[in-house]
Design a protein around this ligand. Structure first.
Ligand code: ATP
Ligand code: MG
Length: 200
């Protein structure tokens, strides 16, 4: 009985391996990817910052632009900001309900975007993170006409990650990989504040 089960498992695993190997063999292209990580669940920015670690692991350079929430400190910034292969720019002064000054928010977003454009034109930078970029479009701080040409015209091997809720369809359409993180539960709603190392 056990021998039979083991044998069937082995046969199924062999077939699965053949299918997976065939798919891996068929995927032969390399290209700079555009990724969008959106949705209401937790894990968008932390996923993007995780890709910074992956990139650095291969000895490549990465640039992070923190829009909107530039005033907030996250652990990844403390960890990466002084790394010789990382550019980390805070390009916002906080959420609109914190700053309460639309013109100042727009100025901060546009100044940040000018810096991001330089990274998007630099082939030495392997990965560009545009954290919370979606809100600049939602709040009309920047237009897609200002954003998309820089993203579409980037060096061919450069990867770009856009994070933020409610990603505009223009981002989704242009992207190679899109994840929408679903909010199933969040500790905040049970009255637990942002925990260092997890939420910030
Ligand atoms: P993280 O930075 O943890 O990956 P995120 O980028 O997906 O989160 P944001 O909308 O940028 O989410 O908000 C960041 C902060 O808000 C974090 O402290 C995160 O834990 C918290 N947060 C994210 N999603 C929710 C949610 N659905 N309800 C309450 N708090 C949330
Ligand atoms: Mg975020």
């Amino acid at each position: 009985m056990n021998d039979e089960t083991d044998q069937r498992h082995k046969e199924r695993a062999q077939k699965q391996k053949q299918r997976v190997d065939a798919k891996i063999a068929a995927a032969t292209e390399d290209k700079g990817l555009l990724l969008v990580i959106t949705g209401n669940g937790k894990g968008k920015s932390s996923s993007a910052f995780g890709m910074v670690a992956r990139t650095l692991g291969y000895g490549h350079k990465a640039a992070v632009f923190q829009f909107i929430k530039g005033a907030e400190n996250v652990g990844e910034r403390a960890f990466f900001a002084n790394h010789p292969d990382v550019i980390w720019e805070k390009c916002g002064e906080g959420f609109t309900w914190e700053t309460q000054n639309r013109q100042r928010d727009i100025a901060a977003a546009q100044a940040g975007w000018e810096k991001a454009k330089q990274a998007l034109a630099n082939p030495e930078i392997h990965l560009v993170i545009l954290d919370e970029l979606t809100y600049l479009v939602t709040y009309r701080y920047l237009s897609l006409d200002e954003i998309m040409p820089a993203i579409n015209g980037r060096p061919p091997m450069q990867h770009v990650v856009i994070t933020g809720r409610s990603a505009d369809n223009a981002f989704i359409d242009a992207a190679d990989t899109v994840s929408a993180i679903r909010d199933v539960k969040h500790a905040f709603r049970a009255g637990i504040r942002a925990q260092a190392g997890i939420d910030r």
